[in-house]
Design a protein around this ligand. Structure first.
Ligand code: KG4
Ligand code: ZN
Length: 334
């Protein structure tokens, strides 16, 4: 079953053709250059860029896969959650395409697709497993009971991990997208013990909270500026990264151990973080837990993961009709 997938939930316009878990093509048009001068994603600009790029990206995905529209068995599309205007471009394009080639339409939840990125990298991975999903908008601990059966056991009470990285990175003067630059700077020899930030105490064991860390980092920078002191940016980046990654690692390992999971996966844009990958791998190894993470090219937003999750949605009979609409928010287990 060849699936053509379209992804436009944030600032990447992407299309891919996959057959089951096999990626035949994966094309991504990143809008970073269009948003960098604003220090973050401007939703209106994102929607316009998707509109300009979607046709070319889909065309290239078909060409790279060496297939024509006649060879496509279904069209999958990200329909929630994300920037509503951005999602609507992909959803309407996919609806039109499905109608014109008379092939089924498959609605795909963005976080489900991030989890499915692991199926591409690890062809043997099958549910059940526990997954730490960390992106710009979400930080979830999810029990993946089956390919289309999920249970959220923990989530962030305020900021997502990616948001915390992006906002503190911006305060440190890194360009958008901050998380990537903060990680690089920390990797280049920053001292992770140079600064201490408070770790939240929550009464629910698997929930997260990152806004306190964000505020504390921003206050540290403001105080130094007021006193005319210079902070070592690599040290600051490394300290923030360590604080956030320690929390994510501790909670994910605690949940896997307490719930008896022998497989732990990492997903979402923040899964590209070098320290998070190393720490989780090391802690899993110590406990005999199998650790899975996507290849770096499938960590951020892409359409190959949408096609692969789309395949499993189709197998479960989850199709949409022409009334499909985009949704800015939606739980993964809805
Ligand atoms: O999944 P994604 O591409 O988009 C959303 O669905 O939100 O995730 C984007 C997030 C951004 O916050 C970005 O800064 C973060 O992932 N990110 C990273 C790294 N690469 C991307 N955060 C930390 N370290 C990285 N290497
Ligand atoms: Zn994403």
């Amino acid at each position: 079953m060849k699936i053509l997938a379209i992804e436009s939930s944030c600032d990447d316009t992407a299309a891919s053709v996959c057959e089951g878990r096999e990626v035949l093509s994966s094309v991504i048009n990143s809008q970073i250059e269009r948003h960098v001068e604003f220090g973050g994603v401007v939703p209106e600009i994102a929607s316009r860029c998707h509109t300009e790029n979607v046709c070319g990206v889909v065309d290239k995905a078909l060409k790279d896969a060496n297939v024509s529209l006649d060879d496509i068995d279904a069209v999958a599309v990200t329909y929630a959650p994300g920037l509503i205007g951005a999602l609507l471009v992909g959803v309407n394009f996919a609806k039109g395409l499905s109608l014109s080639i008379n092939k089924p339409l498959i609605p795909v939840h963005h976080l489900r697709s991030h989890i499915a990125a692991n199926y591409i990298t690890s062809p043997d991975l099958e549910p059940p497993f526990l997954c730490l999903v960390v992106s710009g908008g979400h930080s979830h601990l999810v029990e993946v009971k089956d390919y289309t059966d999920f249970k959220v056991i923990g989530h962030t009470r305020d900021d997502a991990a990616g948001e915390c990285f992006d906002k503190t990175a911006r305060a440190m003067g890194f360009p958008y997208p901050g998380g990537v630059h903060l990680d690089k700077s920390a990797e280049e020899g920053g001292n992770p013990d140079a600064y201490k930030f408070p770790k939240p105490r929550l009464d629910t064991p698997y929930d997260f909270s990152f806004s306190g860390i964000k505020t504390s980092v921003i206050n540290t920078i403001h105080n130094a500026n007021q006193k005319g002191e210079t902070l070592n940016r690599d040290d600051l980046a490394a300290s923030v990264r360590k604080t956030v990654c320690d929390i994510l690692t501790e909670k994910a390992i605690k949940a896997a151990t307490e719930l008896g999971y022998k497989k732990l996966a990492l997903a979402g844009g923040v899964s590209a973080n070098a320290l998070l990958r190393r720490q989780l791998e090391g802690e899993c190894k110590k406990r005999g837990i199998e650790f899975y993470r996507p290849d770096l090219k499938y960590c951020g937003d892409n359409a190959a993961m949408v096609a692969v999750q789309g395949y499993y949605e189709a197998v479960s009979g989850n199709f949409a009709d022409q009334t499909l609409n985009a949704r800015a928010t939606m739980a993964i287990d809805e």
